[in-house]
Design a protein. Structure first.
Length: 294
């Protein structure tokens, strides 16, 4: 499972006049690969997955796979709050050639823990793909308990978790409960340095869009036994990372990438809208201050 340990950027979907901007997407992928990231998540929350059609997801995945080749792992977001829909999407991910599926905790309908276990077990049993759990209570309300995660870690093809609660003690408990082979990925950029310190294997990141080299350096150092590198360096970027979440993701990161001239426009699909102008000024000033922008 070492293939899924490292820095995975949860790719945005660039748009232009309502359509996917593949020219900007190609430029973004080049920037990411040159920055040393290990792989990508396609059709995650950061991609504005609720607004993408099945045909668009298929087209996105095929474009990215052709661009990066077989050696760069691609994780496809397939989760929803319908088990049947999640199974269908995960089967498509396997058919399209994804390397793993990222399956979010079902949102809105608030299942109990036994329902969560049955949901993820049903999805895992429907496919040969490796499954990565996605625990993000800030968006889903419902959260996976430690006991449920431990039980799910015993399911053959459930190989890891994207833990996005930001609770470092909980991440440490997952590591102790599920063992060293269970892939432990952060979903909270602001606490990533501490996450590495308690044994995290990597990150599915938003901030790596603008800091690919830094996130890659911190992760490689931690894998070599030096988690202190990120603890020393990350604070200089802490405010910039915080500003990436001052409005709903991916509103700020699209603005940041536009400022960096990586993508042509910061366009989003409704109900998301472009970043508030005052907040965008603050983001630009901080990116200049910490050296992301010249």
């Amino acid at each position: 499972m070492n293939r899924f340990k490292g820095v995975f950027t949860a790719l945005i979907t660039p748009f232009q006049n309502g359509k996917i901007d593949f020219t900007s997407l190609e430029k973004l992928i080049d920037q990411q690969l040159s920055g040393g990231v290990d792989g990508f998540v396609v059709n995650g929350t950061t991609a504005e997955s609720p607004t993408l059609s099945e045909d668009e997801v298929s087209e996105l995945f095929a474009f990215i796979r052709k661009k990066v080749g077989a050696k760069v792992p691609l994780i496809l977001g397939t989760g929803s709050n319908s088990t049947a829909d999640t199974v269908a999407a995960t089967k498509l991910a396997e058919q399209w050639g994804a390397d793993a599926a990222l399956v979010v905790v079902p949102y809105y309908n608030k299942p109990p823990q036994r329902g969560l276990f049955a949901h993820f077990k049903t999805v895992a049993d429907s496919t040969r793909l490796p499954i990565i759990l996605y625990n993000v209570p800030g968006r889903t309300i419902t959260s996976l308990d430690l006991d449920t995660i431990q039980r799910l870690s015993e399911v053959k093809n459930i190989i890891g978790i994207k833990e996005a609660s930001g609770k470092i003690d909980f991440a440490s408990e997952i590591r102790k409960s599920c063992g060293k082979d269970f892939v432990l990925l952060s979903g909270d950029d602001g606490t990533y340095a501490k996450f590495l310190e308690v044994g995290g294997d990597g990150v599915i990141s938003v901030a790596s869009h603008i800091l690919p080299k830094a996130f890659s350096r911190w992760t490689k150092a931690a894998h070599q036994g030096d988690a202190g590198t990120s603890l020393k360096e990350l604070p200089q970027y802490a405010k910039a990372i915080d500003l990436l979440f001052v409005e709903a993701n991916p509103i700020p990161v699209k603005k940041a990438l536009q400022l960096m001239k990586v993508i042509d426009r910061a366009e989003l699909r409704l109900p998301l809208v472009e970043m508030d102008e005052k907040l965008a000024v603050s983001l630009k000033e901080e990116m200049v201050r910490c050296g992301i922008l010249k």
